[in-house]
Design a protein around this ligand. Structure first.
Ligand SMILES: Nc1ncnc2c1ncn2[C@@H]1O[C@H](COP(=O)(O)OP(=O)(O)OP(=O)(O)O)[C@@H](O)[C@H]1O
Length: 278
């Protein structure tokens, strides 16, 4: 079947539970309530980089899980392997790497179908000449399935714009290269908005708050928490030095050091570990 392919290379077909079909005949809110979640597990993950001298280990024996309606934060010093873990979970590792271990969603291997997964990488590119509305409308056109009427795509785009608090900026250009446009925080929100369009069951975010001040960071993370609960999403996010207020929003913490898990468990219970490490 030839469905649309979005910017993550995900095929815009109904997933194995046929949810795309349900959406054709039922209201969105009903579909959201009916959606089963994605229980993600990763076990004995190993990632190595291949080079002319042999190979170098980047991740070693990593285990963890993420549940629907909850957020797992991946933390650790720069270079410890946070992005590599997210790339592995997304099935988007660089071609010079090899991985072993098991990544399962609801006990099965990841099938990259419409609405299953969205991944916001650190370098998500936006077209600086487009307005926010154009960016989100074009993304909706590309990512949402062919069978969805244009009016519904627009509705979904408008709703997602509101959910990320971007309604006052819809006619502002993204900007860049000397052209005044959105603030850094607003750009991150546009990037997240694009990923949310398909209502993914699993959302992977690499540093959604990088470059933002503490108020903007809190706003972004708090919105993500609300949407995680509302859509029963499973969220895994890499984050660098979150404030205490943001840290309290996380359910579980996966703390990495030199490519190994040094803590995985409830974020509230991690204070002692973080104190010892600081
Ligand atoms: N494709 C690759 N080729 C060579 N080395 C790589 C590759 N991918 C990752 N690495 C190396 O693996 C280590 C972990 O990188 P990774 O980007 O996962 O770290 P990180 O914790 O996300 O860092 P940061 O917080 O700075 O973004 C680094 O030393 C990096 O240079």
């Amino acid at each position: 079947m030839g469905g649309l392919t979005n910017n993550n290379g995900i095929n815009s077909q109904p997933d194995e539970e046929g949810e795309g079909c349900m959406e054709m005949v039922e209201s969105e809110s009903l579909v959201i309530r009916k959606r089963s979640g994605a229980y993600l597990t990763w076990e004995k993950l190993e990632v190595v980089v291949l080079s002319s001298d042999g190979f170098q280990s980047i991740l070693s024996g990593i285990n963890g899980y993420a549940k629907p309606g909850e957020i797992v934060a991946i933390m650790g010093p720069s270079g410890c392997g946070k992005s590599t873990l997210l790339d592995s979970l997304a099935g988007q590792l660089a071609s010079n790497t090899r991985n072993t271990g098991q990544i399962l969603i609801n006990g099965r291997k990841l099938r990259r179908t419409y609405g299953t997964m969205a991944y916001m990488t650190q370098e998500q590119a936006l077209t600086w000449t487009l307005t926010v509305k154009e960016t989100i409308y074009y993304s909706a056109e590309l990512q949402l399935p062919k069978w969805m009427p244009k009016s519904e795509k627009r509705e979904r785009a408008d709703r997602t714009i509101r959910e990320m608090g971007l309604q006052d900026t819809v006619n502002t250009r993204i900007g860049g290269w000397g052209v005044k446009g959105l603030s850094g925080g607003q750009k991150r929100r546009v990037s997240i908005c694009i990923q949310l369009l398909t209502h993914p069951k699993l959302l992977l975010l690499d540093e959604p708050t990088s470059g933002l001040d503490s108020a903007a960071s809190y706003y972004v993370m708090n919105q993500i928490v609300k949407l995680t609960r509302q859509y029963n999403m499973t969220v895994v996010t890499a984050i660098h030095q979150p404030s205490t207020r943001i840290f309290r929003l996380f359910n579980n913490l996966c703390l990495l050091s030199l490519g190994k898990t040094i803590y995985f468990g409830p974020a509230f219970a991690a204070n002692q570990v973080l104190l010892i490490l600081s």
